[in-house]
Write a protein that binds this ligand. Structure first.
Ligand SMILES: [Zn+2]
Length: 212
């Protein structure tokens, strides 16, 4: 999936070292060169939309709530405009410390290959790259599922949504849980990546670490 979306003419020999995936950036060292693959980070509304879409599909709701992402679910991500695998190199800012500027170098090719292998083993690698993580994703799908069930339930219009109800009542138990707070800095980092893409981004990257 990753290799098809991001074609690279070659792959540099040698191991991929110092692998890291964080919101917006995949980084690694290949044959002594520092490689960085930067993508726009999805905003909170994007995640809400895709998680609501997954929760609304019975075939995806169960696996999503279990923290799994079937390959077919990528179609849902694409439909709501948040592809887990960027459609080609266009939306990405790719950089390598080698001298080959005019095309995709073998070091980038090696990182794309590694990303594909890791995403096959755990697609949440791609979720993290796009700005979320497994537990946050599961919580969002759970909240969306609870909202949808509440709306569709036979007594939904009379069900109390917020305070005032007996905390032990079924209505409160089944009501919408609060969404977990976003990791600090995520939304801002996403906005910065979006604002600066697709130009040279390395100078802007320390924003991910700056907030201490
Ligand atoms: Zn290179």
């Amino acid at each position: 999936m990753v290799a098809e979306a991001l074609p690279a003419p070659e792959r540099a020999p040698g191991p991929v070292e110092r692998w890291s995936v964080r919101p917006g950036e995949v980084g690694a060292r290949v044959s002594g060169h520092e490689v960085s693959l930067i993508r726009p980070v999805a905003g909170e509304e994007d995640w809400e939309r895709v998680c609501a879409a997954l929760a609304s599909q019975p075939v995806f709701r169960g696996p999503s709530l279990d923290g799994r992402l079937p390959v077919e679910s990528e179609r849902v991500f694409v439909v709501v405009g948040l592809p887990l695998v960027p459609p080609g190199w266009g939306p990405l800012a790719a950089s390598c410390s080698c001298a080959q500027w005019r095309s995709v170098c073998g070091h980038l090719g090696a990182v794309v290959e590694e990303l594909g292998v890791r995403a096959d083993a755990d697609p949440f690698v791609l979720v993290r790259w796009a700005g979320s993580d497994r537990s946050e994703f599961v919580a969002r799908v759970g909240a969306a599922a609870a909202r949808q069930d509440g709306r569709e339930g036979p007594d939904a219009p009379h069900r109390p949504r917020t305070g005032g109800a007996d905390p032990a009542s079924a209505a409160v138990f089944w009501s919408v849980p609060d969404l977990p707070a976003l990791p600090e800095g995520l939304a801002e980092a996403g906005a910065r990546v979006r604002a600066s893409a697709p130009g040279p981004l390395l100078d802007g990257l320390p924003v991910f670490d700056r907030r201490t």
